[in-house]
Design a protein around this ligand. Structure first.
Ligand SMILES: [Zn+2]
Ligand SMILES: [Zn+2]
Length: 170
């Protein structure tokens, strides 16, 4: 896996993609790439780093093995469903601190980050985390108002009719 592939996918090179690339390397070395849902990622932010993580590890939003918690923290937990092994990776230095450390501009940071030993920027711990339930395929129902399809578990009842959440809220 090359960093340039990430830049291609994400659209630009930035501190986030470099941080995500370092995390991806750690995860692939430990668990390998997740073809199905065997590895689960729990990410606690929605920054640029998540694109690198999805691309490299195969933990993706679409497959349901990337879980987003909106905590604004650079914390990333990975769980192997088969072995139950989990690691928690947290970023120790903010982008501002890294800029000061290297006396570098923001656009110079990705290269600096890529050269670093991961233990200089991350705390990596073995943890015990229960994996979430595997993704299920739900039946689709048709919303009585907008006539669009909606997954059964997200459908609502309004005046005795099945509707989608946007129509329910209207
Ligand atoms: Zn970016
Ligand atoms: Zn609707």
């Amino acid at each position: 896996m090359k960093y340039d592939d990430i830049v291609d996918f994400h659209g630009h090179s930035c501190p986030g993609t470099a941080i995500g690339f370092k995390i991806g390397e750690i995860v692939i070395e430990k668990f390998g790439k997740s073809k199905d849902e065997e590895i689960v990622a729990i990410v606690e932010n929605n920054s640029c780093s998540i694109d690198a993580i999805q691309f490299m590890t195969g933990c993706t939003f679409g497959k349901g093995n990337l879980i987003f918690k909106d905590y604004g923290k650079h914390v990333y937990t990975f769980i192997d469903r088969k072995t139950g092994e989990s690691i928690r990776i947290s970023l120790d230095k903010s982008v501002q601190e890294l800029m000061e450390k290297f006396k570098a501009k923001r656009e110079e940071l990705p290269e600096k980050i890529l050269e670093m030993n991961p233990y200089e920027i991350f705390t990596i711990k073995d943890v015990k985390v229960k994996p979430p339930k595997e993704a299920t395929i739900y039946n689709s129902l048709r919303c009585a108002e907008c006539k669009e399809l909606v997954a059964e578990h997200r459908a609502r009842i309004k005046n005795g009719k099945i509707v989608c959440i946007p129509c329910f809220k209207k």
